[in-house]
Design a binder for this molecule. Structure first.
Ligand code: PLP
Length: 373
């Protein structure tokens, strides 16, 4: 549901409202909450929604049913899984990450590590392999770089982590709904991601967390809560974790937000993530070619030009990127600015046409050219 007259290239930050979400919210709020009230926890499927919606996301990230839970926010989910991984490797005291990780992830990882009596070591990406020693319990990386869109090799990192006896965790915020991740295929241990970017779940929609099926029984939720208990309504004083992914629940599911996300995911029905990826790569190529062909002084493609090595957004570098983003927005092309000098343009394949992306790239180029003149 996009306003006419704009080309929305900010879906890598906040996905737009999807058709069907408003009606679903009217039902969830007006009918279920409004008339069924408390019994709706059972009769309207509210209580099981975190696993049910998780299974819908699982298909898009190459996980199996029962491996994905929708709960919390990315940072909280990340902290929980870091705590769980450290407790599962008690003889090791380091979490390894890279300088290009999302800064908030580094804050959450460091905080969770401190609580577990461990610490975070941050290295350059090129130094990761050399830093993977017997002290590292967990390697934590972001799959797609939020600045440049660079797509990292999840298979290689997971294999290296395994060879070193550590676990591997990926942040899939910029992958889910845009890039095939292949969690099962690559044997990835743990993952988290938000649902408000390419999955279009809405502002502040809950995150998802993934725990490889074989690991679930060995990991403990470091923030246990009643809804991760085997018998949430037994009100027993001792904590007995539920079987499966449900043990990573802490609190009451955010029912209204889950309903919005569930309805938004309908847009992915009948489409494979490989089809989504194929269109995303073509859209990206088109955008990059228009920019490169224009040859505007000072404007360069900051993302990898090889589409295989790029996620679903293209970043341009220019000393006056903030003005380029503002100028393009004034002409109906919505992207975003990331300090100090990047303009990012998200190419979300479910709702963008080639014509729109071509037009948008021309607007960006002419805005940059006008600045230089
Ligand atoms: C890569 C990445 N990780 C983590 C987050 C933080 O997510 P949350 O606000 O849900 O904790 C974001 C938010 O945009 C992100 O882009």
């Amino acid at each position: 549901v996009l306003p006419s007259g704009i080309v929305y290239l900010d879906g890598n930050s906040l996905g737009p409202l999807a058709v069907g979400v408003t009606e679903r919210l009217r039902r969830t709020v007006g009918e279920e909450w409004g008339t069924v009230l408390g019994p709706a926890w059972g009769s309207c499927g509210w209580m099981e929604a975190p696993e049910r919606v998780g299974d819908r996301i699982a298909r898009l990230i190459g996980a199996r049913p029962g491996e994905v839970l929708v709960a919390d926010t990315t940072s909280i989910a990340l902290a929980k899984l870091v705590g769980a991984a450290l407790a599962a490797r008690p003889e090791r005291h380091l979490v390894l990450s890279s300088e290009d990780n999302f800064p908030s992830d580094l804050f959450a990882i460091a905080g969770a590590a401190r609580l577990a009596g461990a610490e975070l070591r941050v290295v350059k990406r090129s130094e990761l392999a050399g830093a993977l020693d017997g002290e590292v319990a967990l390697v934590c990386l972001t799959h797609v770089d939020f600045r440049t869109g660079e797509l990292y090799d999840i298979a290689a990192v997971t294999a290296a982590a395994r060879a070193a006896g550590s676990l591997a965790l990926f942040d899939l915020c910029h992958s889910a709904g845009a890039v095939p991740v292949g969690l099962e295929e690559h044997g990835v241990d743990l993952a988290v991601g938000c649902t408000y970017k390419y999955l279009n779940g809405g502002p502040g929609s809950p995150s998802f967390l993934y725990v490889r099926g074989e690991l679930q029984g060995d990991l403990e939720n470091p923030l246990p809560g009643w809804l991760g208990h085997r018998e949430p309504f037994g009100f027993d004083l001792s904590f007995e974790p539920a079987d499966g992914i449900g043990r990573f629940r802490t609190s009451t599911p955010p029912v209204v937000a889950l309903a919005a996300l569930d309805a938004a995911l309908d847009a992915f029905e009948g489409v494979t993530i490989e089809q989504v990826r194929a269109k995303s790569m073509s859209l990206g190529q088109l955008f990059v070619e228009v920019v490169e062909d224009a040859g505007v002084d000072g404007l360069e493609v900051a993302s990898p030009v090889d589409p295989e090595r790029r996620g679903s957004h293209v970043a341009l570098r220019h000393p006056r990127s903030e003005e380029i983003v503002a100028g393009a927005a004034a002409r109906g092309v919505i992207g975003d600015f990331r300090a100090p000098d990047l303009a990012r343009f998200g190419l979300s394949p479910l709702y963008l046409s080639f014509e729109e992306v071509y037009t948008a790239a021309e607007v960006v180029v002419s805005t940059a050219r006008a600045l230089a003149a």
